[in-house]
Design a protein around this ligand. Sequence first.
Ligand code: AKB
Length: 371
Amino acid sequence: MPVIRTLGTVARQVQQVQQVLPLTVAVRNISFSPRQVTSDASFHSVSFSETDHPKVLITGGLGQLGVGLAKLLRKRFGKNNVILSDIRKPPSNVFHSGPFIYSDILDYKNLREIVVNNRITWLVHYSALLSAVGEANVALARSVNITGLHNILDIAAEHGLRLFVPSTIGAFGPTSPRNPTPDLCVQRPRTIYGVSKVHAELMGEYYHHRYGLDFRCLRYPGIISADSMPGGGTTDYAVQIFHDAIKSGKFECNLKPDTRLPMMYIDDCLRATLEVMEAPADSLSMRTYNINAMSFTPEELSQELQKQMPELEVTYDVDLVRQAIADSWPMDFDDSNARKDWGWKHDYDLPELVQTMLNYFGVETRMVQAS
Ligand code: AKB
């Protein structure tokens, strides 16, 4: 009983504090913080009527997905309404294709300046260390993936932004159901990358409920792209195989031939991102959704490629770190909620993926020869 009474007193005190400061949990400073957002405030109906279009900032813009997403969003919202950012120097084609800006997600003031000066309304947060590289540098992964995310959440809440943060199949672990993995189940990942992504999902959802932050999150499978390389993931083999097949006709895979993982072609991934960002708030029964397109093993991918390149030789030299990670991840992903709620539908299965990748490299090869 005394315990209950004590808890009751604490609850009353909390209530009183909330009444005095209804919006307050100091996060950054007094004048601008998520506490200033009323608990019933809703950004779900953010209106872009002022400019007709959202003004988008993409962090980590020089990774595998940023340039492609910027291209898609610029087509839809206009070139100058989408700002790509990174801490690295952009190649000249990226620099000349639209606005590019230096932004360091670990520097809160720098982020705030960009958001304020450019009147940003949507933030797509792509900065992160992936699974394999994260295991090789846990302290950096923790800093970028967790501390960086805190900055992003606070900026987004304080400025009423619509925020997209990607999560991943890596947010699941060996105790999750693996075939298929539903949206809601045990999530006990064994990588710092996975832990940071579960943290991002939960923090985003918390900020949504607590401050009305319009947080949207998709769990991406392994993404396969032709003109951009992933950096340090477990699913990277599925991109590398195309490059090596074209270059040398040989590929050494760092995962076992029967390692089944969910995968998706980049165009599907970027379209899904735009679609969930544009989905009416009342269609979203959740804030974090699995999305999927196909599931395959290195052996199945090699066989599909060998239909077009019979001379391709594939050998295996297993990387134990990557293999352990892959063995703890979903083999197939249940994305039925995304399909039901906001109409998610993939375009590319394995045969179309392989054909599209080979077409891309064929075109590129001819272009190189021509030049
Ligand atoms: C990785 O392999 O780390 C990423 C992912 C599946 O999130 N591609």
